[in-house]
Design a protein around this ligand. Structure first.
Ligand code: PLP
Length: 396
């Protein structure tokens, strides 16, 4: 190597350790490193064998994911939870990490759309049999259990009709049948319901929704009470690469700090908006578990206390797509978007989005007409929301 080459400035730049000094950052640093260097082979052995804590490769875990997982663990009363790249990754890793060929799973018949698709279309290809049953009807759930049933997967409050599952009955059924009970707690959040404390085995979240709260990250969370199940979920997720990005984990962590404030405000808005909609002459019915006229109001109160959530559904008297479209177009400040849990209120029309795959008869059986809307109520000043709905309904 010539002397000229040796002293080129670019050859003097290399990776070195960041100096931290005696003070520390108050805000969590984002650590994008994919790889971690160990000081010796003995240390690396200790890391893999559990004798020393240290990261190796980000697909297997990284500090921002771990910090976020520990915070959600604290909210759920869980241990060893795992952050994954999406809520669906969490649902998939739970089922496919634990179940295999010849096993059977019973799902709630109003699970999240992609969870239903996983049950209908994908699991069978891997030899996992599925059945769906109505989780508000414990006899229907019991009838779906077979000798090869290994898992039950339910949501506490269903989308979009906001029916409430018979959780006490399902917990008892799972115990009696020796079946793993997994609960997708996205809608209820740990403010309303804590599945592990109520006797479930696994809790799942789409962190994308209320936990992160700003519709700017896609993440999931899962925690199992049993260490063997925890390991199985982890290994499957790491093998198939359901890795979350450090930047996304950081944003979700930031969102968590305002989670209780956001949920309290959104819920208060939802209760008032539900009452306002119910009194509106163009509205046929309103579904909100906090209202006395909701079919599951008492069950909801016993499960979630006063945390009835931020989701409100309603149906227009003129139950046509044309009428629904006029409402959408006359309320441009209510984003017509199929998500939930954002700081801003969003409006969704299940017949054309989450439930478009069903036949009109299938939707009718769930009580979803073309005039049916689901509102994810945000934290705006209530007067702004009422003005938007007033304008929207005036156009119907
Ligand atoms: C959104 C949602 C999911 C899926 O979460 P993603 O983060 O979008 O993958 C799962 N379950 C429920 C109840 C949801 O609302």
């Amino acid at each position: 190597m010539s002397d000229g080459r040796k002293n080129r400035p670019d050859t003097l730049v290399r990776r070195t350790e960041l100096r931290s000094g005696v003070s520390r950052p108050v805000v969590t640093p984002i650590q994008p490193s994919v790889v971690y260097a160990s000081p010796s082979i003995a240390t690396l052995h200790a890391q893999y064998e559990g004798g020393a804590h240290g990261y190796t490769y980000a697909r297997e875990g990284h500090p921002n994911a771990e910090l976020l997982a520990r915070k959600i663990d604290g909210m759920e009363g869980a241990e060893g939870g795992l952050i994954l790249g999406s809520g669906m990754a969490a649902v998939t890793a739970t089922i496919m990490g634990i179940l295999g060929q010849g096993d059977h799973i019973v799902g709630g018949n109003q699970l999240y759309g992609r969870s239903l698709r996983l049950m209908h279309q994908d699991l069978a290809r891997f030899g996992i049999a599925t059945s769906l049953a109505d989780p508000t009807d414990i006899d229907a759930m019991r009838a779906a259990i077979r000798p090869d049933t290994k898992m039950i997967l339910v949501e506490v409050i269903s989308n979009p009709t906001l029916r409430v599952a018979d959780m006490a009955g399902i917990v008892a059924l799972a115990k009696e049948a020796g079946v793993i009970l997994a609960v997708d707690n996205t809608f209820t959040t740990p403010m309303g319901y804590k599945p592990l404390q109520e006797g479930a085995d696994i809790v799942i979240h789409s962190v994308t929704k209320l936990l992160a709260g700003h519709s700017d990250v896609t993440l999931g969370y899962v925690a199992a009470r049993d260490a063997t199940q925890r390991r199985a979920i982890y290994d499957f997720a790491v093998t198939v690469g359901m890795t979350p990005a450090p930047q996304e984990c950081w944003l979700a962590e930031r969102g968590l700090y305002t989670f209780p404030l956001r949920v309290a405000q959104a819920q208060a808005n939802a209760a008032e908006l539900a009452d306002w909609l119910a009194a509106h002459p163009k509205v046929a019915r309103v579904l909100y578990p906090g209202r006395a006229d909701h079919p599951d109001h008492r069950l909801a109160a016993s499960l979630v206390g006063l945390a009835f959530g931020n989701m409100v559904s309603f149906e227009l008297k003129e139950a046509t797509e044309a009428a629904a479209d006029r409402l959408v177009q006359a309320a441009p400040d209510l984003p017509f978007a199929p998500t939930l849990g954002d700081v801003g209120t969003t409006l969704s029309h299940p017949a054309s989005s989450s439930h478009r795959g069903l036949t009109p008869e299938g939707r009718a059986a769930l009580g979803i007409s073309d005039g049916f809307f689901r509102v994810s109520v945000g934290i705006e000043d209530l007067s702004l929301l009422i003005a938007d709905f007033e304008a929207g309904l005036a156009a119907v």
